[in-house]
Design a protein around this ligand. Structure first.
Ligand code: SF4
Length: 694
């Protein structure tokens, strides 16, 4: 503060990192942020923040920002700075030429869960209304797409059921495949407070997470399962609940189909699904599973919080449905302190899914084959929308390699670094005739791009983010866009160069269009958000101030649906050549591929990704902490330093994916969830050997 001076004004906005969605007061002097203060009236954070959000402006003025558009004929050519007009018409001409030669479905768009609702809405509109294709996807494909499939199938809508406040009423917290103290720190603080007050903790995770070391923690269970066996363990828990008579029969009779339940009960009661039968395969002792199931099903309110350790598996969608089964069996939906709550990794995963970014869904989760839903947009936009789903991100890559997909507009997502099997992604990008990257920095994907359109930070834009509890928060511009345009304006420029006739002058108008066409957003407007701070969707005539808890009286789909969750072992198994199983995660101070946090001075720790390895496995390889190791899978190899720790079990190794020097996704494979193609980042069979360094 002493260097920059005292603030002249302050503006309330929303953190652009994780799905907690903390509100901040950005204190400004001119166009400089003096400091960011956690906003005490922020409904998601109530005056708290973590270190990432607290210093979230450092990268905005970083020298690596690209502020001028750039183009090049071929990816082997040097970049050439140019005007916005030339860059936009260069991009539009290439995309149109591709479509003229190869058809409208030869191009596609990818939007980001980092962008605002208004921006993602416009990107999918660009695809459907201007390019005439459903080839639109979002980076939620690689994180929470199984949540969308699983919760929509079982409950009827693709969203967490409860708000963060609800944690204060839980008696049991079942945390599955999530590490909230690093990934969702402000929510983790509230959860820890509840644990200190006496709530029991059950953790289902291959790795020991910090929540288990909460001071004054009472009852705690850690089921340190083998990576890839979530469904077997969760179904075993259901087996115990059903066969030991721990169900909430009145709830099931009232809220679910009893005959369907009976069929499910027969399925789950099979002795082959008992804890004793799956203990060896899962690595979890049977008595530990039985104790955890009894505790979860005990009287009171039990809440489930889960993360990407649930979704990023070949059975990611099945795992989400196994979680929903547990909650329905025990009546833990529709009351305070309970629920099924996905902890969204990025700030706007929920929103980018809500906004119709997926190739099969229009905004509000309405399938593109639904003529009534399609008709709303066709009348408004004056176009015909294809009634078949478009390509998902991995399908785009496969089609590009096969010579059937030629042009991509990618906004706010470094797909080369963050998607699995980097070699395959690189092959796909290099096969395309036009790759348009819109980002803050010249990211790894941009090395395969023909057009670079400078992006804007959250500090430079108006809009909304929707957090993990469905809370729609305002993002407010605190400084002018350094590149001259907000991201939504760039999409509009591109749309109009491609023949669109868009005339938005402020993101509020985009939200008005969203509200007019999306029933769950019908009551949302900037004036409402400015008046009440934030609302949780559904927000409409039935709930003018939003809905903190869903499925209170009945499920959105009517009756809750039990799904028979058959465990199918992943193809990714350890063996003589690749004897260890790798799983991945993140640390508190860094964020995803680190594009922002690595460029923020205050986040100086965690300067490199390390490979956590159990002392037993380290000793077998002659390794100690700090040694360089080569980490290899069947698709690739990388080099990083070892960290010997008992946090991971023997046979399991773990690393983060924050640094491009490591490129952890060089080793992750193209295995994916059977229903959604979400990559199986969390299980990779690997070999670890000593190395002399990179
Ligand atoms: Fe809040 Fe998440 Fe931002 Fe931290 S990173 S301040 S927990 S929104």
């Amino acid at each position: 503060v002493a260097e920059i001076g005292t603030p002249e004004r302050s503006i309330i906005t929303t953190c652009a990192y994780c799905g907690v969605g903390c509100s901040f007061e950005a204190q400004m002097r001119g166009d400089e942020v003096v400091r960011m203060i956690p906003y005490k009236h922020g409904k998601a954070n109530r005056g708290h923040s973590c270190v990432k959000g607290r210093f979230a402006w450092g990268y905005a003025n970083h020298g690596d920002r690209i502020l001028s558009p750039m183009v090049r004929e071929a990816i082997t050519d040097p970049w050439r700075e140019t005007s916005w007009d030339e860059a936009i018409s260069f991009a539009a001409n290439r995309m149109r030429a591709i479509q003229d030669e190869h058809g409208r479905d030869s191009v596609g768009v990818i939007t980001s869960s980092r962008c605002t609702n208004e921006e993602t809405y416009l990107v999918q509109k660009l695809a459907r209304a201007v390019l005439g294709t459903n080839n639109t996807d979002t980076c939620a494909r690689v994180c929470h797409s199984p949540t969308g499939y699983g919760l929509k199938t079982t409950f009827g809508t693709s969203a967490g059921t409860h708000d963060f406040d609800s944690v204060e009423f839980c008696d049991v917290a079942l945390v599955i495949g999530a590490n909230p103290t690093d990934g969702h720190p402000v929510f983790a603080s509230r959860l820890r407070k509840r644990l200190r007050e006496g709530a029991a903790l059950i953790v289902l995770d291959p790795r020991r997470i910090d929540l288990l070391d909460t001071p004054h923690l009472g009852e705690a269970h850690h089921l340190a399962l083998r990576p890839g066996t979530n469904v077997a363990v969760l179904t075993a828990l259901a087996h115990v609940i059903v066969t030991e008579g721990l169900i909430d029969e009145a709830y099931i009779r009232a809220r679910c189909d009893w005959d369907e339940y009976l069929a499910y009960a027969e399925f789950v009661s099979d002795p082959a699904r008992a804890p004793e039968a799956v203990a060896e395969a899962t690595g979890v002792p049977a008595d530990a599973m039985r104790a955890a199931a009894r505790r979860y099903a005990a009287n009171g309110a039990s809440a489930i919080y889960y993360g990407l350790g649930v979704t990023e598996h070949s059975q990611g969608s099945t795992t989400v449905m196994a979680i929903a089964n547990l909650a329905m069996l025990t009546g833990n939906i529709g009351k305070p302190g309970a629920g099924v709550n996905p902890l969204r990794g990025q700030n706007n995963v929920q929103g980018s899914c809500d906004m119709g970014s997926f190739p099969h869904e229009l905004p509000g989760y309405r399938h593109v084959s639904d003529p009534e839903a399609r008709g709303i947009y066709e009348r408004l936009w004056g176009v015909t929308i294809p009634d078949e789903p478009g390509l998902r991100i991995p399908n785009m890559f496969d089609a590009a390699v096969a010579g059937e997909f030629h042009g991509l507009y990618c906004q706010g997502e470094d797909i080369l670094q963050s998607d699995p099997d980097t070699t395959h992604v690189a092959a796909a990008l290099s096969a395309m005739d036009c790759v348009i990257v819109q980002d803050l920095f010249l990211n790894e994907t941009a090395s395969y791009a023909h057009v670079f359109l400078p992006g804007s930070t959250f500090l430079e834009k108006d809009g909304t983010f929707t957090n993990a509890e469905r809370r729609i928060n305002r993002v407010r511009k605190v400084m002018a866009p350094r590149n001259g345009y907000g991201d939504w304006e760039v999409t509009q420029l591109l749309a109009n160069a491609l023949g669109g006739n868009w005339n938005y002058t402020h993101p509020a108008q985009i939200m008005d269009e969203i509200a007019a066409t999306t029933p769950s957003f019908a009551g949302v407007s900037y004036s409402l958000l400015d008046a009440v701070g934030s609302v949780q969707w559904p927000c409409n005539d039935a709930a003018p101030l939003g809905t903190p808890m869903m499925h209170g009286d009945g499920f959105v789909r009517g009756k809750g649906q039990f799904i028979h969750t058959e465990y199918v072992a992943t193809d990714e198994r350890s063996g003589p050549r690749f004897p260890l199983l790798l799983t991945t995660g993140r640390v508190l101070s860094q964020y995803n591929v680190g594009a922002q946090t690595r460029r923020t001075d205050n986040n100086v720790w965690h300067a490199e990704d390390r490979l956590e390895i159990h002392p037993h496995d380290a000793e077998n390889r002659g390794l100690k902490s700090g040694d360089w190791v080569r980490l290899a899978s069947r698709v690739g190899a990388t080099t990083l330093r070892a960290l010997v720790t008992e946090r991971v079990a023997p046979g399991v190794v773990y690393t983060t994916f924050h640094h491009p020097t490591t490129q952890a996704n060089v080793v992750t494979t193209d295995n994916s969830d059977w229903a959604t193609n979400c990559p199986e980042y969390k299980v990779t069979a690997v070999q670890v050997t000593p190395s002399n360094g990179p």
